[in-house]
Design a protein around this ligand. Structure first.
Ligand code: SF4
Ligand code: SF4
Length: 243
């Protein structure tokens, strides 16, 4: 198997496996469970994960979204049903409203009402570290699956990531701060002079980015890029690379 094909095979295997494990892990990425913990003065495993995602995004941007996010795995499965790119620019702002509405403001008010954090519980709302051990948790789980499904089927490729995901905003902020400080970070680079205008990179981008235009403009940095490497791996001329 060619190394470029192997990289995408590994990536897809990882991200779909992450989705398969979601019934066991969803307490760690569920905003309502993190807020609930904060309102009881508990810093949950999910909150610690969000902090780690922010810190990692300073160096590797949204690599999590491209390689490990279970929600990304489910949406990539839905490519078989709807593989239209999600390019509705106005809807992309929705997630920047969702971030304060779903995470930031409820989290701050929960911390205030609890008078701060009194404990850390990495396995909060789990049974022996496994999610969905309590009846109420099933409702949260299925509501989140329904949301992901609706956005992916109606909005196009990774519609939920593009339009709604408040967790993505945490990493977009981290990436922007990293760029501002000119921090050394994982990036895409392109040798545009080798490009033959085939546009396969744009067609294969799971985030629906116009990668061909990015190559031609010599601007590979994009806050929506999840560093999945699909564009680099599909390019017949090896124009795009990680650096
Ligand atoms: S896949 Fe490669 S050659 Fe084709 S348009 Fe994209 S960068 Fe250019
Ligand atoms: S631009 Fe390339 S690396 Fe970024 S999301 Fe699109 S395909 Fe993945």
């Amino acid at each position: 198997m060619k190394s470029s094909l192997r990289r995408q095979w590994i990536r897809k295997t990882l991200i779909i496996l992450s989705f398969v494990l979601l019934p066991a892990t969803f307490a760690y990425i569920s905003c309502p469970i993190i807020i609930r913990g904060a309102s009881e003065g508990i810093a949950t495993g999910g909150l610690i994960l969000f902090i780690l995602l922010f810190v990692s995004s300073l160096f590797v941007g949204r690599l999590w979204c491209g390689w490990l996010c279970p929600a990304g795995g489910l949406q990539e499965i839905y490519f078989t049903i709807n593989d239209k790119p999600a390019r509705e620019i106005r809807l992309k702002w929705l997630k920047f409203i969702m971030f304060p509405a779903i995470i930031l403001i409820p989290l701050i008010s929960a911390i205030q009402s609890a008078g701060g954090f009194a404990a850390i519980d990495l396995f909060y709302y789990t049974e022996h570290a496994i999610s969905i051990a309590k009846p109420g948790a099933y409702i949260i789980f299925f509501v989140q699956i329904a949301f992901l499904t609706a956005f992916a089927l109606l909005g196009g490729k990774r519609g939920f990531c593009n339009y709604f995901c408040p967790i993505a905003v945490i990493m977009i902020i981290g990436r922007k701060i990293g760029n501002l400080i000119r921090w050394p970070a994982l990036r895409l680079a392109a040798a545009g002079d080798r490009c033959t205008d085939c546009k396969r990179c744009s067609n294969d981008c799971p985030m629906g980015l116009d990668v061909f235009a990015m190559v031609r403009q010599g601007r590979m940095e994009n806050a929506e890029c999840i560093l999945c490497g699909a564009c680099a791996d599909v390019c017949p001329k090896q124009v795009i690379q990680f650096e």
